[in-house]
Structure formats: structure tokens, C-alpha cells
Design a binder for this molecule. Structure first.
Ligand SMILES: Cc1cc2nc3c(=O)[nH]c(=O)nc-3n(C[C@H](O)[C@H](O)[C@H](O)COP(=O)(O)O)c2cc1C
Ligand code: SF4
Length: 357
């Protein structure tokens, strides 16, 4: 999305964001842009699915044609170079840094688990993390300004069975099952922690930890009260997902304290977000806490907690998944429950079957 022709409009958006945040909050937030290649999910932007690695359960669900070829090694080099070019543009128009995204089983995240892929981007650990590390090195070699920060959204565990999963325990012939009571593979942070160390060596200052994927492991990624239409049933209580995210993030934060980490999945906790978040931070389980859905539903929540005496329960996200559901069908993202003024008409159109990809 960020190229020479879109750069002026994106700069305008960035400047307006900073200006408005400064006016309302009294400080200017750090603004990053996420480097994302949707891979098998590229269809959402009108392109064909692009596969770095095969993931049968997910390819089937995303209706990827069986004869879709894997991207060649050369095509993946082009992807890396385009990421670096976009990062340079992000620097030129004034972003504070770039998020080298490696999560949710989009292309770079697929590569982390591409054990069966031949060539220089698959197989060994070194080959599988190559894209992330070469992106970081490429950005730093083109933008030496230390104030331009390198950050990453990183999956610690994707809850996909070995050998297709990342951050999951290797299944060996001797062990019958390495699944917990809900059927999720047992996490193993050995490789994610190794990657975090390598990120630290390259100067990454912040990692927004995450787990799962919104496509088929959504309850791991964003524990909810109601799943998106057509999504698989949730095999565990949402609290289990919230706790898993907190525990894995704490293990990573304690192992690599030099990188500031924030957790995920807190929105389901609603009015208890500040209690849980402050406890996690006090115990060193994260440097700070990130909010996803709650920021669509109730963007003033942090200010209400800090300045206005607490949370207004009538504004909380109800974790209904409609924002994800409408987005997956090509609609505009917003909170359809709490922001009817802005999104009510879009939601009505969606319910009437008028927004389809
Ligand atoms: C509608 C929607 C869009 C999202 N888009 C992104 C995205 O572009 N990049 C990303 O890293 N995470 C994205 N996420 C995931 C959130 O960042 C977050 O990890 C997830 O919602 C769980 O946190 P929460 O419980 O605070 O919502 C999205 C989530 C939702 C609901
Ligand atoms: S539509 Fe609103 S209430 Fe529902 S999950 Fe999304 S942000 Fe939360």
C-alpha cells in the first residue's frame, strides 16, 4: 500500500493522527507502519493467493487452488526487497519505525514454520527465520538513523500441529500426543526465544507478542464471546486463551528483558483489563499492554482509567467478532456495536448481504 504515489496521502494521515492525538491526549504517540504480505490471504486485496509454504488445513479453508505453485526463491527475495523499499519510504514520510510482521500465518509467519520448503527459505531454523532477519538487516542498512525504530509483531506460538506449526513441541514417534485437553498443541518457545535474541542483536526495541491466527485458530488469537460466522467452534473457554497469551508473553519477556514486549487478547477481560494489566506489568510479564478490539470499541478507555475515575462499562467491547467478520468479507473495519454513528450503515448493509468480497 505504501509506494511513491500513495506516500503523500499516507503522510497526511500520519500527520493528522499525530495532530489529533496531541490535541486530545496531550502527547504525540509513536507511530509505526506494519510490513505485511498476506500470502494465501492476498485475495482480499484482489490478488491471487501467494504461497510461501503449504498449510493444508488453511489452504483448504482459504480455497487456495490445489495447483497454486509455491513462490520461488527469487520471488521471495523480491518480497523482502519490497518490504525494505516500503520501510525507506516510511522513514522519509516521518514514521517512527517499522513493524517487521511475523505473525498470524501470513507470508513471513508461514516461512517461520516452512520445514518442508526446499531451498534457502525453508527447512533449517536458519532458513526459516531468514526473511525476518534479512528484512531487519535490509531496513537498517538503508536507514541508519537510530531514531527510526525496528519493532516486530511476532507469533510466539501458532497452535498449529507439528510439523506445520511454529512455537509448538516437536512430535516424535515415541510420544503419542502432545496436545492439551482442548486439543491444542503444546507450546515450545525454544525457536521463538532464539529469534527474539537475534532480533535484540539487530536493535529491535519492541515486540508486540501474539499467538494463533485469525483464520482457524481465532480463539487463540483473540478470545471471544461469539465467533465470526462460519469459523470453527471454539474448543476452550476464552479465559484459557487469555491466560495462555499472558503466560507465553511473560516467559518471552523474562527471557529477553532488553526488548519491551506487550501482550494481546486482553479485550475479553473488559472492565478487569486495568487490574490484570497492572498485575502483569508489576510482575515483569510485559513492559506494557496492547489493546486491539477494545481500541475500536472504546478508544478513550486508557484516558478514562487515568483521568476520569475508571471505566464506563457501557462502552466496552463485547467480543462479538463482527469487526473481524465484516473485515473478512471485504467491509470497512470499526466497532459495529459501540460506534453506530460511524459504522451503523455499513453494518446494516452487511446484515442485508450487501457487502461481499
Ligand atoms: C478487526 C481486526 C483487525 C486486526 N488487524 C490486525 C492487523 O492488521 N495486524 C495485527 O498485527 N493484528 C491485527 N489484529 C489483531 C489484534 O492486534 C489483536 O492481537 C487481537 O485483536 C487480540 O487482542 P484484543 O483482545 O485486545 O483484541 C486485528 C484484530 C481485529 C479484531
Ligand atoms: S464489533 Fe466492536 S464489540 Fe464486537 S468485537 Fe469488534 S470491537 Fe468488540
Amino acid at each position: 500500500m505504501l509506494n511513491r504515489s500513495t506516500a503523500p496521502a499516507i503522510k497526511k494521515l500520519l500527520d493528522e493522527t499525530r495532530g489529533e492525538a496531541g490535541r486530545v491526549m496531550g502527547h504525540v504517540p509513536l507511530c509505526y507502519i506494519q510490513l505485511q504480505e498476506s500470502g494465501r490471504y492476498s485475495r482480499a486485496t484482489g490478488a491471487k493467493p501467494r504461497l510461501a509454504a503449504r498449510l493444508p488445513e488453511f489452504d483448504r479453508r482459504a480455497k487456495v487452488p490445489d495447483d497454486t505453485p509455491l513462490l520461488s526463491d527469487g520471488e521471495l527475495e523480491e518480497v523482502r526487497d519490497r518490504f525494505v523499499d516500503a520501510a525507506v519510504l516510511a522513514y522519509e514520510i516521518g514514521f517512527d519505525g517499522v513493524d517487521v510482521k511475523a505473525c498470524h500465518r501470513y507470508l513471513t509467519s508461514d516461512l517461520l514454520a516452512a520445514r518442508a520448503r526446499p531451498g534457502r527459505w525453508g527447512g533449517s531454523y536458519e532458513n526459516r527465520v531468514r526473511m525476518v532477519l534479512e528484512m531487519l538487516d535490509g531496513v537498517r542498512s538503508k536507514v541508519s538513523d537510530p531514531d527510526f525504530q525496528l519493532i516486530s509483531r511476532l507469533n510466539l506460538y501458532d497452535a498449529i500441529e507439528w510439523p506445520h506449526g511454529w512455537g509448538v513441541k516437536e512430535e516424535t514417534a515415541k510420544e503419542e500426543s502432545l496436545k492439551d485437553e482442548s486439543g491444542a498443541p503444546v507450546p515450545d518457545l525454544t525457536e521463538p526465544l532464539k529469534l527474539l535474541e537475534q532480533m535484540k542483536e539487530r536493535g529491535v526495541v519492541y515486540v508486540s507478542t501474539t499467538c494463533g491466527t485469525p483464520y482457524g485458530r481465532a480463539w487463540v488469537n483473540r478470545p471471544f464471546a461469539r465467533g465470526a460466522a462460519g469459523a470453527p467452534d471454539m474448543p476452550e473457554h476464552p479465559m484459557k486463551g487469555v491466560c495462555r497469551g499472558i503466560e507465553l508473553t511473560a516467559a518471552a519477556q523474562k527471557a529477553v528483558p532488553d526488548i519491551a514486549m506487550s501482550g494481546f487478547g486482553y479485550s475479553w477481560l473488559g472492565e478487569f483489563i486495568p487490574n490484570v494489566a497492572s498485575g502483569v506489568i508489576r510482575e515483569g510479564g510485559a513492559a506494557f499492554v496492547g489493546l486491539g478490539r477494545e481500541m475500536l470499541a472504546y478508544p478513550d478507555m486508557p484516558r478514562d482509567i487515568l483521568e476520569n475515575g475508571g471505566i464506563d462499562r457501557s462502552k466496552l467491547c463485547v467480543t462479538c467478532s463482527y469487526c473481524s467478520e465484516v473485515m473478512a468479507r471485504g467491509g470497512v473495519v470499526g466497532c459495529f456495536i459501540r460506534d453506530g454513528e460511524a459504522y451503523g450503515e455499513i453494518f446494516k448493509a452487511y446484515r442485508a448481504g450487501k457487502i461481499v468480497r
